[in-house]
Design a protein around this ligand. Sequence first.
Ligand code: NAD
Ligand code: MN
Length: 492
Amino acid sequence: MAQVEKRPAVVPAPLEWEYAPAPEARDIVEIRERYGLFVGGEEVEARTGERLTSVSPSSEEELFEFALAGAEDVDLAVSAARSAFEDGWSAIAPAERAKYLFRIARILQERSREFAVAESLDGGKPIRESRDVDLPLAAAHFFYYAGWADKLEYAFPNRAPKPLGVAAQIIPWNFPLLMLAWKIAPALACGNTVVLKPAETTPLTALLFTDVCRQAELPPGVVNIVTGDGTTGGHLVRSEGIDKVAFTGSTEVGKLIMRELAGRDVRLTLELGGKAANIVFDDAALDQAVEGIVNGIYFNQGHVCCAGSRLLVQESIYEPLIQKLKRRLSTLRVGDPLDKNTDLGAINSREQLERIEALVASGEEEGAEIFQPECTLPERGYWFRPTLFTNVAQSYRIAQEEIFGPVLSTLTFRTPEEAVEKANNTPYGLSAGVWTEKGSRILWMAERLRAGVVWANTFNRFDPASPFGGYKESGFGREGGRHGLAAYVRFE
Ligand code: NAD
Ligand code: MN
């Protein structure tokens, strides 16, 4: 019998993957030098004659110019929406309305690669996320609300729902196309027409969406897009002809809008900031929890209103969890958003980068301990390393204020009661996460957490059938699901 040679025991070296560049081709999207406004089904120049420039935050390259709409431009768009509402959109058979929404959903699917590249170029998010999250969810939203368009009487039995009229919709820069879908799909399904204003750093996918409207042969004026900055949003909110405002963005601007609309017969929904607690109990599956924590705060560079930005860890597992988390952070790849291997892309704008830097500096000054993995950042563009703070007191700014960046603040707790108290100790209430193997504890926690969404053993999971929205200063009204229809109907 042949002697089996004894080999020395192999100790596996720590995995250090080298990734070759895997860039998505950008020539699938055709970006023009300049875009006008989309009013009454046509592209028009702004009366102001003024323009803004959108840059790519990962390269600081100037991508295109777009119109800065003024009061007069906004009024023209609102009139176009009013005419479209009265001339037919509110009166066509609901099953016909549904067909347009189905068409939009299908076109978004067909053009998803193009839209994903556009989103990553203009806003800086990794292509993996725009391709696998933003685009499929945007299409799913249109599919979902297309299904409700001819079933509204079942959503609101015996109540004869009627459309409101013209909806003014203002969206932020963190999920540009997805927020457009969250706003436009339910509004149209209920028979309203819209004037939508995208954010000033990320108007590209909304401008490309005008082409989808044409392709779907949507009647002119049903969707109008006015680009510009906060002043444009202000004109839209003050416009006489609107029946509804739907806003997603900062709590500060949400409060301004509420003040502006006080005393006017205009319906309002607000989806504002958050400071969500992601709570890990000592019986949780730690490796899964680490993945959930990473997804909770580093997804989309932390530019997520429901981000799990406060990690609450039960004391007995604090050390091992933080060890695992630090090791995991060291494997995250930061860089070119168009590279398919990238985990964290660019910070959306220089202003946002400065906001993040200021809050992180305050955390260090107040006495928190900072951890950032080694990683080489590109020379141009706006970048911030994934950041973990430990030794954080509840009074620190990094534990209280929304950072809206890839920055996690860690606190500890001993009992479930203490976890609830700390989690709820915030002016916000948009979301929360609970990690435990005990089903009864999940229910116990969910009952007590003052947050619109509570995820159990997962985080940042979205579905068009599931309502989303806040408590307290995170806003009011729900988007998604049957609840999301209520924001766009009235009853006589
Ligand atoms: P923002 O609230 O200023 O911008 C959101 C949208 O509102 C944009 O389209 C903007 O043009 C418009 N807007 C600005 N001022 C307006 C006004 N007076 N009237 C009407 N519309 C107006 O948000 P920002 O300055 O881009 O970001 C600031 C902070 O807000 C971030 O650091 C983050 O904390 C938070 N934020 C939250 C969300 C969210 O999804 N909840 C999104 C973006 C930003
Ligand atoms: Mn941009």
